[in-house]
Design a protein around this ligand. Structure first.
Ligand code: IVH
Length: 503
């Protein structure tokens, strides 16, 4: 076989493999048996072994390529990646619709509702039809170049599918596609089971697992994670003679180019229809392979979008509707008491781990002593826990029907569990904290730690690494007793702490 002959056969095989990949990974409609697929793939590998010139970067054999990276290079997005405004209430959703209508008076507004996929926002850049660069959202204008990791995801086409027939010229020379990379719910459970069996730390939820996977510098590790993608938007597009003028048209176009788009969308023409659509989505989303945390509502017409415009961080033509709290039942194994930065004693429920609203939780707040008494919550009870989005999970009720009689009442401590000081309680007043017991000792290590953590937190000084673990070490070792002492720390003192070094 000459090189030219091998090259022709290689192109044929590569093409066929790409078509089967698309059918299997994007459409979920396999077109060949595993055996036949393996035969084609094997033949391709054999050719590449004999003629190394055939190993091009976009060959199907190069999904997992190269050596681990040292770091990710920054990539500037050609069009910034914005975020969305959020709402949890139907009332606010209706207000949003009215607001957009006021912007575009006398116009008929069409809307599209999509699942809000709980993953990692990604930008894919195609140059002359070939996948050239993939990046994380980063700060919205610059992200990390994670091309090698994204190449391992088989539902991301390495080449755009050629447009049918005479429209071949319709494929753009430059195309930025936006979407969400996620780990399937099943894949997440499996990955965590494997990690826990290997004594490794488990991921809190599928989104963290997806983000953690994409941060790996070694694509061979990424290739083992069941990552997938849904695309729902565009960035810069050049050289496409005709561009769709609606969101629905755009999704259709992306599908024809070979991408995986949302499996279900709703077309709506009024606030009432939108409310119905998000309720329907709430009913069916359990059955999706990925976690969803809401619905995204978008104006369908691109012309109208342009006129509605943007605020500093989000488009005015779209909004995310987040679903309310999810609930689960689990056993209350014990109650511990935490001391906060202002000395407030908060009872914490130690729970039998349970999967709730996207993550496994083993602790929830019980608010204060009165709350425990009013709800008659006892250790050993089966309780209902609730969580909405980023909010701290809380115990909301006792399942009395599950009570056996062996449960025990909780006696609130009269002394601070951290420093032993006698606790006091401010009764009355108009503040919600009035029902709380407090530790009076400003030097209580828990309070000191709480103040330092608060000082270091993102909303305050945003000191990198200044989280619970480091603060505890600093206080325990006697290096830091107050905020001022943070600024007197010497590199040598820090270097002596666990997991600290020269850098
Ligand atoms: S559109 C300018 N559509 O949600 C509009 N975003 O809270 C950009 N997301 O950063 C976003 N599913 O990571 C859009 N169907 C969907 C989405 C979606 C998930 C994420 C995306 C975005 C975040 C905003």
């Amino acid at each position: 076989m000459t090189f030219t002959e091998a090259q022709a056969r290689h192109a044929e095989l590569a093409d066929e493999i790409r078509r089967h990949d698309h059918a299997y990974y994007v459409l979920a409609q396999p077109t060949v048996s595993d055996r036949e697929y393996d035969r084609l793939y094997h033949e391709l590998l054999e050719l590449e072994k004999r003629f190394s010139g055939l190993v091009t970067p976009d060959s199907p054999s190069q999904r997992v390529g190269g050596e681990p990276l040292k770091e990710f290079k920054p990539v500037t997005h050609l069009v910034p990646m914005l975020s969305l405004d959020n709402t949890y209430s139907q009332e606010e959703l209706r207000e949003f619709v009215h607001r957009v209508q006021r912007f575009l008076p006398d116009e008929r507004l069409d809307w599209v509702v999509e699942p809000k996929v709980d993953g990692v926002a990604i930008n894919l850049r195609y140059e002359n039809g070939a996948f050239a660069c993939g990046a994380t959202r980063g700060d919205g204008s610059t992200g990390d170049d994670i091309t090698a990791n994204l190449k391992t995801i088989r539902s991301i086409p390495r080449r755009l599918q050629p447009a049918a027939g005479a429209a071949a010229a319709a494929n753009p020379t430059l195309l930025e596609v936006r979407g969400e990379v996620y780990l399937t719910k099943k894949g997440f459970e499996k990955l965590n089971a494997e990690r826990s069996a290997a004594g490794e730390e488990t991921f809190a939820n599928p989104r963290n697992a997806a983000a953690g996977s994409l941060k790996q510098l070694d694509p061979r590790i990424v290739a083992k994670r069941p990552l997938d993608i849904v695309v729902y938007g565009l960035g810069r597009v050049e050289g496409a003679p005709e561009q769709p003028d609606t969101h629905e048209g755009m999704l259709d176009w992306l599908k024809r180019l070979g991408f995986k788009t949302p499996e279900r969308t709703w077309h709506c023409q009024s606030a009432d229809e939108l409310v119905r659509a998000i309720d329907e989505l709430d009913e069916v989303r359990e059955g999706f392979a990925y976690e969803t945390d809401g619905a995204v509502i978008k104006l369908n017409s691109h012309v109208q979008r342009e006129r509605a415009g943007f605020t500093a961080k989000a488009p005015r033509w779209a909004i995310a509707y987040k679903y309310a709290a999810e609930r689960a039942e689990t056993r209350l194994n014990g109650i511990t008491v935490q001391v906060g930065r202002t000395g407030t004693l908060t009872p914490v429920a130690e729970l039998e781990p349970v999967f709730l609203a996207g993550s496994t939780i083993s602790r929830a707040t019980l608010h204060n002593e009165d709350y425990i008494r009013q709800k008659d919550i006892r250790v050993g009870d089966t309780v209902t826990v609730e969580k909405a989005g980023e909010v701290i999970p809380a115990v909301v009720d006792v399942v009395l029907a599950r009570r056996s009689g062996r449960e025990t009442s909780f006696v609130f401590p009269k002394a601070c569990p951290e420093c032993g000081s006698k606790v006091f309680r401010e009764v009355g007043g108009d503040n919600e904290q009035a029902a709380a017991w407090r530790c009076p000792n400003p030097d209580c290590p828990a309070q000191v730690r709480g103040r330092l953590e608060h000082w270091c937190s993102r909303g305050a000084m945003d000191i990198e690494g200044g989280g619970e673990v480091l603060v505890r070490q600093l206080v325990q070792s006697g290096l830091v007793r107050d905020v001022a002492e943070l600024y007197r720390l010497k590199p040598a003192e820090l270097a002596n702490l666990e997991r600290m070094g020269e850098k």
